[in-house]
Design a protein around this ligand. Structure first.
Ligand code: UDX
Length: 436
């Protein structure tokens, strides 16, 4: 099939590569000329495991191209995916201006029946808005051209986007015509998974509901971690015991310093906003947000109790990105932690395999090191902020020699506390009473 994907961020680029690898002819469209040139030369402007290599071979084969020429892409495609950003506005609602502009342009160039598919995360009811914009554009032109609007949300994790796109747990297709349903089924025939057909509004809600539920699991376990420290229970053991119940499941029950990234914080805010708008306040999600916002400060309080006042101390942060395997620092707990540490007079050094450049722009006072050991040099305490695999496997005797103090504070419950204590460190993590 001939497909265009409008917007080439990590969702768009991944969609381009997966559809092209399934045998479709794909055009990726972006307004940014430099980005398009970069993509056409097989290079990605961001880091995503395995994607650059796959994209390079698809471009060479000729099944994938990138362009800024949206009208041409519209004319040449049967299916048009919308994968532009829907950032948060100050009131928490999703900014739909990029979607609306792309749809207006599609309307100006629609020449025969096509399916317009929203993959961006959009509030419930956006499908109707897309339809209304297309109809208005066609009316302006004085033409009647049939089209269908479909919602096909993505559930891709950053860093694992290609894997998730090729092996999804489900493909959700929200559509309201047999023709669109048949075309979407044909498009995904190479993917072996459950195909769930729903209304457009159901599909739009499924995306928000899924992300909000995962965020809820994390905040639940993080709040419980605070209680476990008082009761002398271990949150890791409690979560393991809970997760073995197949009705609960083991995933997204890892306590830590809170969730970040481009999806959870934004989507939870957008769903709360939608609830308010509809007169249904989502109290549980208000609590999810508030627990998440207070988790990093709660952890720093714990650090300060352990090591004493921050003023004049040297604190080394291992990891800055919101999770391993990405260069993304959006809403990363590290940012709030740096701000709080500096406010309280600490000197902050850091190392991250991918995120240092972006953090440097926001917090130029942080001393960025060339490796983990460089960040640790002379530190009173080391905070594990992002559980990059290389931090789990450090030469701890070397770390011990290079530190001034002996505290390792594990914000991701990823290190072996017993081993560290045996090597002479003082160790504390999230949701365990035992420190030192
Ligand atoms: C998420 C969803 O998983 C994905 O389906 C959706 O399409 C986009 O949002 P992503 O933001 O890439 O993906 O990362 P994810 O791996 O889900 O982690 C999100 C955040 O939650 C990270 O900050 C991570 O550290 C944190 N997290 C995750 C926990 O704190 N505990 C956990 O148990 C799991």
């Amino acid at each position: 099939m001939h497909v265009s994907v409008i917007g080439t961020g990590y969702v768009g680029a991944t969609t381009c590569a997966t559809l092209a690898s399934m045998g479709h002819r794909v055009i990726g469209v972006d307004v940014d000329q430099q980005k398009v040139a970069m993509l056409n030369s097989g290079r990605l402007p961001f880091y995503e495991e395995g994607l650059e290599a796959l994209m390079g071979s698809l471009i060479t084969q000729g099944s994938l191209t990138f362009t800024t020429d949206l009208p041409k892409a519209v004319t040449e495609s049967e299916i048009l995916f919308l994968t532009v950003g829907t950032p948060s506005q100050s009131d928490g609602s999703a900014d739909l201006s990029y979607i609306e502009e792309a749809v207006r342009q599609i309307g100006r160039h629609l020449d025969r029946y096509k399916v317009v598919v929203s993959k961006s995360t959009v509030p419930v009811g956006t499908g109707d808005r897309v339809r209304a914009i297309l109809e208005a554009e066609l009316a302006k032109r004085g033409v009647v051209i049939p089209f269908d609007v479909v919602s096909n949300p993505e559930f891709l994790r950053e860093g694992k986007a290609l894997h998730d796109a090729l092996h999804p747990d489900r493909v959700v297709i929200g559509c309201e015509s047999d023709k669109a349903r048949a075309m979407m089924t044909e498009l995904y025939q190479g993917v072996r998974t459950v195909m769930l057909y729903t209304s457009v509004r159901d599909a739009e809600m499924i995306k928000y509901a899924s992300n909000a539920f995962l965020a809820l699991k994390i905040s639940f376990v993080n709040e419980l971690a605070r209680l476990c420290e008082k009761t002398g229970s271990s949150i890791s053991k409690v979560a393991r015991g809970m997760g073995l119940d197949s009705r609960i499941g083991p995933q997204f029950l890892r306590a830590g310093i809170g969730y970040g990234g481009s999806c959870f914080p934004k989507d939870v805010r957008a769903l709360i906003h939608l609830g308010k708008q509809q007169g249904v306040p989502l109290q549980l999600l208000d609590a999810v947000t508030s627990i998440n916002q207070t988790q990093a400060p709660w952890f720093l309080q714990k650090v300060e109790t352990a090591i004493g006042p921050f003023s004049g101390k040297r604190i080394a942060l291992l990891g800055l990105t919101f999770k391993p395997g990405t260069d993304d620092i959006r809403e990363a707990p590290a940012l709030a932690m740096i701000e709080m540490l500096q406010e309280r007079g600490a000197e902050v050094s850091a190392f991250d395999p991918q995120g240092m450049e972006a953090v440097r722009q926001i917090h130029p006072q942080v001393k960025m090191a060339t490796d983990a050991y460089g960040a640790i040099d002379g530190a009173d305490a080391v905070l594990l902020v992002t559980e990059w695999p290389e931090f789990l496997d450090l030469d701890w005797s070397k770390v011990r020699k290079r530190m001034r103090g002996r505290w390792i504070l594990d914000g991701r419950n990823a290190l072996d506390g017993d081993k560290l204590r045996a090597s002479g460190f003082a160790y504390a993590c999230v949701g365990e009473r035992r420190s030192e």
